[in-house]
Design a protein around this ligand. Structure first.
Ligand code: G3P
Length: 233
């Protein structure tokens, strides 16, 4: 499963890129509002930091407005994907942008049927919001499982991108449900790295190594010698 960062904060991106786990970035007006400045400038900078798809969201409510904003974003960089909210106007804009070979990400999806419609309209990415469904006592992962199954059974070209991810378990369940992509905030990505047993195991291995070095050196071992390189010297 591919992993995208869900952020408009430029500083978040190099961290995930350095770990070798970054496949793309998603932004939206709320994430952009947290950083401010020029949306175009932020998008250009993000597109320079990753070769993966970068989603830029339209805010117009009419079809012509969505097309105007979509064409503008698509012209900013080759890896831009235009994010269009689900709805009648959104479906028409997605279909017309697809005719112009402009990739789209249909966002604010909350049911498998909405995802099916967006796929048929030509959206490259389908973004169901699991966290917001869970917030209202619905099971967001059910929508992911259903939509991923529909895409697979009917051989649809779209990819299911799990959005509104709130915790690491959403990522595990999304992968098991057959989603193609999960977009996660950096703090969730950091949580995915950690496990208390990894921490305690690392400490124990180091302690055992130092004890072994001390034993073979017939006494106390100072810090530099505690590392493999130090021991070899
Ligand atoms: O990509 C959509 C995501 O940013 C929404 O997340 O946590 O506001 O539901 P959230």
């Amino acid at each position: 499963m591919k992993l995208f960062l869900d952020t408009a904060a430029i500083d978040d991106i190099p961290t995930a890129a350095r770990w070798g786990v970054l496949d793309g970035v998603t932004t939206n007006p709320s994430l952009f509002a947290k950083v401010g400045g020029s949306y175009d400038a932020v998008l250009r900078e993000i597109c320079a930091l990753t070769s993966g798809p970068v989603s830029a969201e339209v805010v117009a409510e009419d079809v012509e407005g969505m097309l105007r904003e979509g064409r503008h974003f698509a012209a900013l960089a080759p890896n831009i994907v235009v994010k269009v909210p689900m709805g009648e106007a959104g479906l028409e804009a997605i279909a017309r942008l697809a005719d112009e070979a402009i990739k789209t990400n249909c966002t604010l999806i909350f049911s498998a049927n909405q995802g099916l419609l967006a796929a048929k309209a030509g959206a490259s990415l389908l973004s169901p919001f699991v966290g917001r469904l869970d917030d209202i006592n619905e099971n967001g992962m059910t929508v992911i499982r259903e939509l991923a199954n529909i895409v697979k059974i009917h051989g649809l070209a779209s990819e299911v991108l799990v959005a509104s991810v709130r915790h690491p378990r959403h990522v595990t369940d999304a992968a098991l449900a057959g989603a193609h992509i999960a977009t996660v905030p950096l703090n969730v990505l950091r949580q995915m790295v950690r496990h208390p047993l990894t921490d305690s195991g690392t400490v124990q291995f180091r302690r055992d190594w130092m004890a072994a070095q001390a034993a073979s050196a017939g006494g106390e071992v100072d810090e530099p010698a505690a590392t493999l390189a130090g021991a070899a010297s």
